[in-house]
Design a protein around this ligand. Structure first.
Ligand code: NAD
Ligand code: UD1
Length: 336
């Protein structure tokens, strides 16, 4: 079975391509390399001992999508491609709506034209807004606070409307909590092109000496140590969640599932974890809260367990070990 993976050269996409190849799927990556790396795909092939096909293209280009779907006879799509920097989405929203919303519509249109009606979509816990209860279950109200989040919720709504109109589709919406870590080989990982805004890549860059210190955004939250708490999930667990979701797309269906661990860890716990994994000092500076941040956020992962028979198995120790292993072996990412 051949899977078209949009955004397959990115962080989560590359780890998922590796799991797909290892499980025996054929993979076609469709990526414009805006934030992805060809070197990541070469390394995926090296670890898997199998090759994949790469189509350089933009998901806003329907002709190129139709060509790729037909040429390689793809039967299912995993759709990662998009922009994800929340701050950029506030200062410059149009590229987000074009890439994430128009790009997704174009992809769905191309799929419909080719009779390919199975898709997994990368959504985010950001669609829950400020948690009204914890752990967050899938029936939590959906509200968004920034243009990036709005693009995710818009695409979710488009997928629900599509299924309502044509229930022959198979659609899996996966709401990721906080993906971190890297493949244990140390060969692939997250390589942000700009200064990271997410916690773990930032801490790893401090540990390796690329940045002087970590700014802790708020130490006065009503949490155990005053810093924000999140549900960090190892990217390899997350990638495996996509294979479980793919297996559930055998018949027409529509589901929305949390992919998280069900546990939360504070900023200070993650700093300690990386200190331990690296044996390095991690200087920190305390700052006021970052606008838009919730105190605590974590998933109820039980629906994923019952529906997909999937649950996360890697803990904070493995997340910190692999985050460090990737960064220390590739201090400048794929340019190392
Ligand atoms: P990433 O930036 O590493 O990967 C995205 C990939 O999509 C890149 O390879 C990029 O080159 C490609 N791309 C972007 N626009 C494209 C376009 N128009 N046409 C073709 N390719 C395009 O991001 P990631 O962390 O791997 O995230 C993957 C998906 O998961 C995204 O949709 C993101 O919004 C979502 N998500 C990520 C997180 C996270 O913390 N990483 C959390 C929740 C949801
Ligand atoms: C952020 C995004 C969210 C996205 C998620 C996963 C914002 C407001 N939210 O959420 O939309 O879905 O990433 O990609 O950007 N922290 C620091 N110092 C740092 C970085 C982070 O103290 O330099 C703290 C934050 O305050 C937070 C925790 O670390 O408490 C995690 O932050 P981050 O990795 O950015 O993830 P989220 O805030 O969950």
């Amino acid at each position: 079975m051949t899977i078209l993976v949009t955004g397959g050269a990115g962080y989560i996409g590359s780890h998922t391509c590796l799991e797909l190849l290892t499980a025996g799927y054929d993979v076609v990556v469709f990526d414009n390399f805006l934030n992805g790396h060809e070197e990541a795909l070469r390394r995926v092939e090296k670890i898997a001992g199998r090759s994949l096909r790469v189509v350089e293209g933009d998901i806003q280009d329907k002709v190129a999508l139709v060509h790729a779907l037909r040429t390689y006879q793809c039967t299912k799509v995993i759709h990662f491609a998009g922009l994800k920097a929340v701050g950029d989405s506030v200062s410059d929203p149009l590229p987000f709506y074009k890439n994430n919303v128009f790009g997704s519509i174009t992809l769905l249109d191309a799929m419909a034209e080719c009779g390919v009606k199975s898709i997994i979509f990368s959504s985010s816990a950001t669609v829950y807004g400020d948690p009204q209860w914890l752990p967050i279950t899938e029936d939590h109200p959906l509200t968004v606070k920034n243009p990036y989040g709005r693009t995710k919720l818009m695409v979710e709504n488009i997928l629900r409307d599509l299924f309502h109109a044509d229930p022959s589709w198979s659609i899996g919406i996966l709401r990721y909590f906080n993906p971190v870590g890297a493949h244990p080989s140390g060969l692939i990982g997250e390589d942000p092109r700009n200064e990271p805004t997410n916690l773990m890549p930032y801490i790893a860059q401090v540990a390796v000496g690329l940045r002087p210190y970590l700014r802790i955004w708020g130490d006065d939250y009503p949490t155990l140590d005053g810093t924000g708490e999140r549900d960090y999930i190892h990217v390899v667990d997350l990638a495996r969640g996509h294979l479980a979701a793919l297996a559930a797309l055998g018949a027409p269906t529509l589901f929305s599932v949390n992919l998280g661990t069900g546990e939360s860890h504070s900023v200070l716990e993650m700093v300690d974890g990386l200190k331990h994994a690296s044996g390095r000092e991690i200087p920190t500076e305390r700052h006021s809260r970052r606008e838009g941040d919730a105190a605590t956020c974590y998933a109820d992962p039980s629906f994923a367990k019952s529906l997909l028979n999937w649950e996360a198995s890697l803990g904070i120790q493995e997340m910190c070990r692999d985050q460090w292993n990737w960064r220390v072996n590739n201090p400048n990412g794929y340019d190392t």
